[in-house]
Design a protein around this ligand. Structure first.
Ligand code: NAD
Length: 269
């Protein structure tokens, strides 16, 4: 029996929301069944296709997530941390796969996803692109091969509207570097430049964030020792890579046992 999973998109009017809707429409493996926006948003009650400036898609934008999730087998969610927590509970009730691209979640917010993951599949990743997930693996391997003579700095650049810093991706890369080195990130992390006046600790893992223009997302992992350095770099030039990864995760999650997964699981890396 062939089955095309129905997908609901939250934050439908957002930069990623609109990209996700386009990716679903382009795919013959999924169909759009719901679109959610926050209360009071100008798109509520409109057909999502017409709101995006195209033809009607027969899906009305709603501020009632349960309504949008009713016939969905997956929810793709690139919104904001508090909203994502609410959607996790509702997605679990609907037994739908919850793909979370939202970044900037605190440790406590991440821990609060656990009850939902007992009932449904959650795939969460700070970056859904194939390239960055490969970069994560490379970062871990390089960090494992080098001793703490090498300092590690993660430099990320994004568009001026991005609210969180360092980016979810930079934190993923920092975690991978710490794992490769066999330490906990909190022990060696030095987050951001503000207030740093003195020397940095040997073997530290540091973060620096740039915000400018319309940069989609760039990440450099710099390993530097006296006398030499290695730079691993990923540049995203089109948000479509994140949307395609999220859609792949939504399809991959169908029929998987409840639990928390990431893009490395989805990509088999
Ligand atoms: P955006 O501000 O353009 O879009 C967010 C949308 O969510 C907005 O339309 C907003 O109205 C909506 N929203 C907020 N609260 C809501 C609620 N309670 N109910 C329904 N809708 C709600 O932002 P963006 O650039 O699309 O990014 C969204 C998130 O995705 C950010 O956390 C960003 O860092 C993250 N992101 C992740 C990846 C990845 O690969 N994981 C890639 C790009 C962006």
């Amino acid at each position: 029996m062939t089955h095309t999973p129905g997908i609901a998109v939250t934050g439908a009017s957002g930069r990623m929301g609109q990209m996700l809707i386009r990716s679903i429409l382009d795919s013959d493996q999924a169909q759009l069944v719901g679109a959610v926006e926050r209360k009071g948003h100008a798109w509520i009650g409109q057909d999502v296709g017409t709101a995006m400036g195209g033809k009607a898609l027969g899906v009305t934008v709603t501020d009632e997530p349960l309504e949008a999730f009713a016939t969905a087998q997956a929810i793709i969610d690139f919104t904001a941390p508090e909203a994502t927590l609410e959607f996790a509970t509702l997605a679990a009730q609907a037994r739908a796969v919850h793909v979370i691209g939202t970044t900037g979640m605190s440790e406590a917010q991440i821990a609060a996803l656990k009850p939902a993951a007992r009932h449904a599949v959650i795939v969460r990743a700070g970056n859904m692109s194939l390239g960055v997930n490969l970069l994560t693996q490379l970062t871990k391997r390089v960090a494992a091969a080098l001793d703490d003579e090498f300092d590690i700095e993660i430099v990320e650049s994004h568009h001026r509207h991005k609210v969180d810093a360092p980016s979810g991706t930079a934190l993923m890369l920092g975690e991978a570097a710490a794992e490769g080195r066999g330490v906990r990130l909190e022990e060696v992390a030095d987050r951001g430049r503000d207030g740093i006046t003195g020397a940095r600790q040997r073997g530290h893992i540091g973060f620096a964030a740039l915000r400018a223009g319309d940069i989609v997302g760039e990440h450099d992992v710099l390993f530097a020792a006296p006398g030499e350095r290695i730079v691993l770099r990923h540049v995203a030039t089109d948000r479509a890579v994140f949307a395609r990864g999220a859609l792949r995760a939504a399809l991959w999650g169908q029929g998987k046992p409840p639990g928390e997964y990431d893009m490395l699981d989805v990509l088999g890396l």
